[in-house]
Structure formats: structure tokens, C-alpha cells
Ligand binder design. Structure first.
Ligand SMILES: Nc1ncnc2c1ncn2[C@@H]1O[C@H](COP(=O)(O)OP(=O)(O)O)[C@@H](O)[C@H]1O
Ligand SMILES: NC(=O)OP(=O)(O)O
Length: 324
């Protein structure tokens, strides 16, 4: 009998936008991803989708600020996050619907606008770490800060400077039961986009907050919630590296969660980019015996599943079996 798995696949926002920021380019990347992921569906695996929104939500925020007027007021960051869930989810729905049609697969695709509860006392509100939007030079950052002194910026994994916003840890996925119902009904579900829209509970009411949750942590929470076997985090690099971006860079085919701890302590993974992926992957693997995580390129899903690309993360105590 075929060995099938429930796989939560988290698509990186930067990876989706690795061509350029136009709708056409991002939709093209998603179409290619949809083709590869549909092969998983055809092989009998159950796929559950989430995605990032770092570059996209930063761009929407800039567009809001530039058009801000009494008639067209700028929308706050939580609302921009919801906009990107709709935008990217819609692109993904189109991409999968097209591929399903081409391959004669009768399966619905649905995006759930997902709210995620966070703690208003989360320390990240005092220390913004989540990079969003475009990359800038140091000179551009100085110029931008002169006109907007409240905005924070940080260097992002050797790629340039970006706006940084608060990124509280997810506490609960508020649409959990709807997501479960849709999965049970056989839908391909896209949820937790952009890490979910961050909301706090204030005087008994939910209220959106100015932050961007890391989709790696939200996806991990969703993966546990749906009792997934595998958490697959797709990004722009084909493997996780030690000594990233240096002459003695070592690409890792696999690592145990026990290795991960050492590598984290030795500063191998950049905060705000690779570190949250590793933390999410190790948390997922640790949460139940037999669970695995894969960090791989958005463009090489098939190769990653065959073990020819990507980095497999597993518990040294488990016997690791190939996915297919
Ligand atoms: N140790 C590392 N190994 C591989 N990539 C790393 C490492 N540290 C930082 N990175 C960077 O992290 C990026 C992935 O993070 P990010 O761009 O935030 O992902 P996403 O695709 O989810 O938006 C990679 O493209 C790479 O530039
Ligand atoms: N929200 C989020 O984590 O987005 P990225 O995957 O684009 O960083």
C-alpha cells in the first residue's frame, strides 16, 4: 500500500516574489509551485497550504502611505496583512484550479482569512524584528528615517536593509474549526497566510494589532493542529547552510533537531529569515515522534521529496523513512 502523508506546505513570501514584485511574476511562480504540489496530491498525499507575505505586506503598506488622504486613507498594518492574505490566496486558488483542471482533478481550493491571537505584552512589540517590503541601501534607510523617524530598519541576511515590524508569537488560530471542517470536506485549504492577521483580546473583544506574525511559526501551529506528518517550508535557497554566504559555506542535506540546537547556539541562522524556519521545524519535529520537516526551494519540490535537494530535519531517535 502507498505510504501517504499529511503535509503542511508553507510558501515563503520572498520566494514567491523572487522574480519581481509584479502580480504577473508572482502568479507565474505560484503556477510553477502549484504544478509541483499537485503531483503530491496525485500521489495521494494530503496537502495543506500556508504562505508568507513579508515583501508583499511591506509593499502594500508603502502604497497605503503614498496614497494617504482624507478620501483614500492609509490602512493599518493588520488590515494590510488581511489584504495580502486575500491577494496571495486568490493567486494560489487560480494557480491550483488551473492545474487541477489540466489534470482532471476534482478538488475545491479555498482561502481562509485567518486571524491569529497574539499577546499584547509580547516582547516583540518593543523590539521589531520582522523584515518586510523592499530592500534598501544604508543611505536610503537614513533618508527614509529622516521623514519617518518611528520606522525601524534592519539588515536582512546579507541582502540589504528592510523595514522591520513587530512579530509576536502566535498563540491560537481562531479559524481552527473552519479549517478542520474544510479539510474534512476534501478542500485544498490555504490558511495562516502571512502568519495570520494578528489580533489581541482587549476588554473581551478582538482587536487587530500593527504587526506581522512569522508564517513559519503560524504554519507550525497549523501543522500540529491538523496532525500533519510533515512540515515543508519552501523558500528561495535550495538548502539550509552553515556559515551561510561565506567562503566556507556548507549546505546541509539533513540535520537532526539535536544538531539544530548546536547550530542555533553557534549563530548559523539569521534572525528574521532562516532562524524562524529552523525553530518552527524543530518545534514540529519535537511535537510528536515520527514527524519530519523539510526546508527546500520553492522551485525544487520534487527533487526535495526525492532527497536530492532541500534539508531534512528529523529527530535522531526516529527511524527516518523517505516520503515517496
Ligand atoms: N543559514 C542559512 N542557510 C540558508 N539561507 C539562509 C541562512 N541564513 C539566512 N538565510 C537566508 O534566509 C532566506 C530565507 O528567509 P526569507 O527570505 O525570510 O524566507 P521566505 O522565503 O520565507 O520569505 C534565504 O533565502 C537566505 O537568503
Ligand atoms: N509573514 C511572513 O513570515 O512572511 P515571509 O515568509 O515572507 O517572511
Amino acid at each position: 500500500m502507498m505510504n501517504t502523508s499529511r503535509i503542511v506546505v508553507a510558501l515563503g513570501g520572498n520566494a514567491i516574489q523572487s522574480g519581481d514584485a509584479t502580480a504577473a511574476s508572482q502568479q507565474k511562480a505560484l503556477k510553477s509551485t502549484a504544478k509541483q504540489l499537485t503531483s503530491l496530491v496525485e500521489a495521494g498525499h494530503e496537502v495543506v497550504l500556508s504562505h508568507g507575505n513579508g515583501p508583499q505586506v511591506g509593499n502594500v503598506l508603502i502604497q497605503q502611505a503614498e496614497a494617504d488622504s482624507l478620501a483614500t486613507p492609509a490602512m493599518p498594518l493588520d488590515t494590510c496583512g488581511a489584504m495580502t492574505q486575500g491577494m496571495i490566496g486568490y493567486w494560489m486558488q487560480n494557480a491550483f484550479t488551473d492545474v487541477f483542471f489540466e489534470r482532471n482533478i476534482n478538488k475545491g481550493v479555498v482561502t481562509v482569512v485567518t486571524r491569529v491571537l497574539v499577546d499584547e505584552k509580547d516582547p516583540s512589540f518593543q523590539n521589531p524584528t520582522k523584515p518586510i517590503g523592499p530592500f534598501y541601501t544604508e543611505e536610503e534607510v537614513i533618508a527614509r528615517q529622516a521623514s519617518d523617524p518611528d520606522a525601524h530598519y534592519k539588515e536582512d541576511a546579507g541582502r540589504g536593509w528592510r523595514r522591520a515590524v513587530a512579530s509576536p508569537r502566535p498563540k491560537a488560530v481562531l479559524e481552527a474549526s473552519a479549517i478542520q471542517e474544510l479539510l474534512s470536506a476534501g478542500e485544498l485549504v490555504i490558511s495562516g497566510g502571512g502568519g495570520g492577521v494578528p489580533v489581541i483580546l482587549k476588554n473581551g473583544r478582538l482587536q487587530g494589532v500593527e504587526a506581522v506574525i512569522d508564517k513559519d511559526f503560524a504554519s507550525e501551529m497549523i501543522a500540529e493542529m491538523v496532525d500533519a506528518d510533515i512540515l515543508m517550508i519552501l523558500t528561495a535557497v535550495d538548502q539550509v547552510s552553515l556559515n551561510f554566504n561565506s567562503p566556507d559555506e556548507i549546505k546541509l542535506k539533513e540535520m537532526t533537531i539535536q544538531d539544530c540546537e548546536d547550530y542555533i547556539n553557534n549563530g548559523h541562522f539569521a534572525p528574521g529569515s532562516m532562524l524562524p524556519k529552523i525553530e518552527a521545524a524543530t518545534a514540529f519535529v519535537r511535537s510528536k515522534p515520527g514527524r519530519k520537516a523539510i526546508i527546500a526551494s520553492l522551485h525544487d519540490i520534487d527533487l526535495a521529496l526525492q532527497g536530492h535537494s532541500g534539508t531534512l530535519i528529523y529527530d535522531a531517535k526516529d527511524v527516518v523513512t523517505p516520503i515517496r
